[in-house]
Design a protein around this ligand. Structure first.
Ligand code: HAM
Length: 434
């Protein structure tokens, strides 16, 4: 029986994984430089964590993978757990649980890991995908929103994407003060056309009318074109906030598009909402998105603090980089490949290769003892070693190994007793390249 991976969940290995690791290392460095500390939260959370996000969102309503915990031990109940569909809710749960927000000081956090959504898989849309997320708590200023957008922009530029490859789309989704009146206005606008809306939007009409604005259904889209827009109904505080975010981006000469139809798929946002879209991706064009979500912490407990953040879809970033023909540095092979010809040579080289590996040098050595030079050199090439160290009966007799630099083909004899020091000096010289 052939057992395959779950549809929409990928294995990562070889060159592709090397590309991921290159990008991940780069991202971790950037996040650290910008003052964001890593936080790792569990992949499984109680279902209540995501219910707090809002039952009205597709992600919570239809896309969560649920797990029934057994509750077989005295200290656990048979409860419903969820494979996290996103990182923000679990992040806020952790902040509250550990009192990370108690100091009242600004806190910057990032996470990088797998998320799960039950979706119809297609290019750039998976059931297990990965996000880099950034969250900034205890800062209600528009500059904080701008910081997040500028950081996202910097990441894409740093990875080599050009300004022509992506667009920053921003909007204000209002606040708890000005949204209720606008909601009523929107319901009033759509209600006479209820029958023309798709089933989903008919259901949403009274509970989440703003979601109708980003429905992909043609009839809904057509109606939405003439709908009153949130951006025209902001109260004074939201208007000033939004203007200041834009002014910060202008000051940095970062261009953006104002898109009044961005409402975001998760309903915890207030004021600034944004998406980075790319023309390199096809239908799933969002590289990432986020915004301000000031009200979310209050849904978890007593504390109510300001927060803003985003998440970048790693698979989509990788697709965009591939589409632009980004050349990634090749993964370095080992420093040396030990080619032992015969048992005696093997017994001499095996302990040395292990000693050098323990000292931090990358040494490869096959365990076949009966192979000829041709086979061994082919393997040395295949693994991409910088040097091949050859020892057979003749070399044992003369006390000298033959060391060949594979990139140039140059060879030299090295006394067996000096081999260890010799390789250490080569490791020092090739640091960076190896
Ligand atoms: P989101 O817009 O749901 O936001 O997801 C962010 C990004 O994750 C998307 O723009 C996309 O690049 C990627 N993504 C989402 N679903 C999939 C999928 N099925 N396959 C591949 N990539 C996917 C959030 O998750 C919020 N938690 C962002 C946030 C953080 N807001 C505030 N802080």
């Amino acid at each position: 029986m052939e057992i395959k991976a779950v549809r929409g969940m990928n294995d990562l290995f070889g060159d592709e994984l090397a590309r991921w690791q290159f990008v991940e290392n780069r991202l971790r460095r950037i996040m650290t430089n910008f003052g964001y500390a890593e936080i790792r939260t569990p992949t499984l959370e109680k279902v209540e964590v995501f219910k707090a996000v809002g039952d009205e969102t597709d992600i919570v309503e239809k896309q969560m993978y649920q797990v029934q915990d057994r509750g077989a031990h005295a200290d656990s109940k048979p409860e419903v757990l969820v494979l996290r569909p996103e990182g923000t809710a679990g992040f806020i749960r952790a902040v509250m649980e550990h009192g990370l927000g108690n100091t009242g000081h600004r806190g910057r956090y990032y996470y990088l890991g797998p998320m799960f959504r039950y979706e119809r898989p297609q290019k750039g849309r998976l059931r297990q995908f990965h996000q880099l997320g950034a969250e900034l708590i205890h800062d209600a200023s528009p500059e904080a929103d701008a910081e997040l957008i500028l950081l996202f922009d910097h990441i894409l530029t740093n990875l080599g994407l050009q300004k022509t490859h992506y667009e920053i789309r921003i909007n204000s989704v209002m606040c708890k003060d000005c949204r209720p009146a606008y909601r009523e206005k929107l319901i009033g606008y759509f209600m006479p056309h209820k029958a023309e809306l798709c089933d989903n939007c008919q259901r949403r009409l009274e509970r989440a009318p703003m979601r109708i604005l980003d429905c992909k259904n043609e009839a809904c889209k057509k109606l939405a074109e003439k709908a009153p827009l949130g951006i025209d109904n902001l109260d004074e505080k939201c208007r000033v906030h939004h203007a200041r975010v834009k002014a910060c981006l202008d000051a940095e000469k970062v261009t953006y598009v104002e898109d009044p139809y961005i409402v975001r798929g998760l309903d915890y946002y207030s004021r600034t909402a944004f998406e980075f879209t790319s023309n390199l991706l096809g239908a799933q064009s969002a590289l990432g998105g986020g915004g301000r979500y000031d009200g979310l912490s209050a849904r978890f407990g007593k504390q109510d603090f300001a927060s803003v953040g985003w998440a970048i879809g790693m698979e989509r970033v990788m697709l965009a980089l591939e589409a632009t023909g980004t050349v990634f540095p090749k993964q370095p092979g080992p420093l040396a490949y030990f080619a032992a010809m015969g048992e005696k040579a093997f017994d001499l080289l095996f302990p040395l290769h292990h000693k050098l590996k323990k000292a931090g040098l990358a040494i490869d050595m096959p365990y076949e003892k009966d192979k000829g030079l041709k086979w061994l050199m082919k393997q040395a090439d295949r693994v991409g070693a910088a040097y091949a160290v050859m020892v057979g009966d003749y070399e044992l007799g003369s006390g000298q190994a033959v060391v060949k630099q594979l990139s140039t083909g140059t060879q030299e004899n090295v006394a067996l007793k000096d081999l260890e020091t010799y390789l250490h000096s080569k490791a020092g010289a090739t640091q960076g390249a190896h």
